[in-house]
Design a protein around this ligand. Structure first.
Ligand code: 8ZB
Length: 485
């Protein structure tokens, strides 16, 4: 493979690769991009994700969006219709099944057949590649809200071709965020390169006047991820997308549970994205934000789960996130019923509308937390840029090799896994081990001090036991994993 560079893919190269991508499965032949541009232009305004997000951002409203996907199109339309009317979802997803995420379309085909025979979905999402362009369009046309593909696919080139030609107006993921937390053996060079193609495709639609939103997957492993780690990656994926012509980004963050840290995180995500995009000359790229309600382990008890959901919706609203991805009271069990899914939405909608006109007062604590995140991200991304000698793609690969970028609890062998996060005494996520993160000495001292204070309070040395206690704490009804006794 040619060495990876953060450079706009030239037209000929892109077209040549397209032939390969579109011929890799029969439904690829349904893609006619020029015709798809016309299809998008004739869609009603309420199908456009960018419009909805821009409006909400201007009005400082927080929109709600569920996760949802089943094997068959009619059932999908029914489910999403229910989440819209009963759950009052502002924005709709189509969650893609695991076989499609692994490019195993034969297995997905079998899942479709078996689901038809059994009369219920035997896939954990909608196999959009197998169903093809026309069926995706049928789904989009049946609904009165914009539709986004949500998945977890390291090589999403064909999925992007099908869903975008199919009228979806938003596509989730990125070359880091859909690789490192999702795959063990996919090299970063490969996934970054495959996502250049996806972004270039979105850039093509943009260049034809079709507004498509792109959303890197913010929460990563969803397990005690320090804000600066996920922010650095979100900003990088934004920069890589912008180079390929993407004009609308929604950057994400997974709720950690300490309100001040979570609000500081969403607010700084905007600031940092703007700063880095502007510095690189991408002033015309818009940035909105998404907060994901708690992505870690949930309580089994549904009433307790609603407590966690409410706290996530509160953080999203108080931070003025443009949207919130909601959880359901079935989270501890797996895929939710449509009623449980609607219940999570209703809880979240109630909270975001009650908090519409409120925000956290500027306080010393909030400012301090914001400064900390900004300085950490600047340290990390400064080093990434040096490692890439100015090139963000090459820098990303080298940064993961050396642990300058490092995601906690990730399965990928392209991740060093040298950092260890844990909660401090107030439940904010700090570092217990820094691995090779290039954080300045005073920042490291700050984290060490915070962890020492927790140790004193709990009468134990800061260490790995705290980390495991923290991972299970919310499921057991607390934020911080205190020792029993
Ligand atoms: C990384 C995302 C995990 C979350 C939910 C899980 C979990 C996955 C579906 C779904 C509704 C689906 N999730 N697939 N929710 N319908 N097909 O994504 O429950 O919360």
């Amino acid at each position: 493979m040619e060495s990876l560079k953060n450079k706009f893919l030239p037209k000929e190269k892109f077209e040549e690769e397209s032939k390969e991508v579109l011929s890799s499965w029969p439904t690829g032949a349904e893609v006619d991009r020029e015709e798809a541009v016309e299809f998008h232009k004739n869609l009603p305004d309420d199908s456009c994700m960018v419009d909805k997000l821009t409006e909400a951002d201007e009005a400082k409203k927080t929109l709600t969006q569920p996760r949802a996907g089943v094997a068959l199109p009619d059932e999908l339309i029914d489910l999403l219709g229910h989440l819209r009317t009963e759950g009052e979802a502002d924005l709709l997803p189509v969650t893609i099944d695991s076989y499609t995420r692994q490019n195993q379309y034969e297995k997905a085909a079998q899942g479709i057949e078996e689901s038809r025979e059994e009369g219920r979905s035997l896939l954990n999402g909608f196999p959009a590649v197998n169903h093809g362009v026309e069926i995706c369009r049928k789904v989009v046309e049946a609904l009165d809200a914009p539709v986004q593909a949500r998945h977890g696919t390291p090589d999403a080139r064909l999925l992007a071709e099908i869903t975008l030609a199919g009228g979806f107006t938003d596509f989730e993921g990125g070359g880091i965020s859909y690789n490192i937390p999702y795959a063990k053996d996919v090299s970063l060079e490969k996934s970054l390169r495959d996502w250049q193609y996806v972004d270039r495709l979105v850039g093509f639609y943009q260049s034809q006047g079709v507004e498509i939103n792109r959303e890197p997957f913010g929460p990563l492993t969803g397990t005690l991820v320090p804000p600066a780690v996920s922010h650095s990656i979100a900003v990088l994926e934004g920069l890589l997308a912008a180079e390929q012509g993407v004009k609308h980004l929604t950057l994400g963050y997974g709720q950690n549970g300490n309100l001040v840290q979570d609000v500081a995180a969403v607010e700084t995500l905007r600031v940092l994205a703007r700063q880095f995009l502007d510095d690189e000359g991408y002033e015309d790229v818009s940035v909105t934000t998404v907060l994901h309600e708690w992505m870690g382990g949930f309580p089994q008890d549904e009433a307790k789960a609603f407590g966690v959901i409410s706290w996530g919706a509160s953080a999203a609203a108080l931070a003025n996130a443009t949207k919130v991805i909601v959880k359901t009271p079935h989270e501890a069990e797996g895929i939710p019923s449509r009623e449980a899914n609607a219940a999570g939405l209703k809880t979240s909608n109630q909270i975001v509308s009650m908090l519409l006109d409120q925000s956290l007062e500027d306080s010393a604590g909030l400012e301090k937390e914001k400064d900390l995140i900004i300085r950490e991200v600047e340290d990390i991304l400064g080093r990434v840029k040096e490692l890439g000698e100015g090139d963000w793609a090459a820098g990303t690969v080298r940064a993961f090799e050396s642990g300058v970028l490092d995601v906690p609890f990730a399965p990928s062998r392209y991740n060093q896994s040298g950092i260890l996060p844990a909660r401090d005494n107030e439940g904010a996520v700090r570092y217990l081990e820094f691995g090779n993160l290039p954080l300045s000495a005073d920042i490291q001292d700050f984290h060490e001090e915070k962890m020492k204070k927790r140790g004193e309070k709990e009468g134990r040395q800061p260490g790995f036991q705290m980390v495991t206690d923290d991972i299970y704490a919310i499921g057991k009804g607390r934020l911080t994993g205190r020792p029993r006794g």
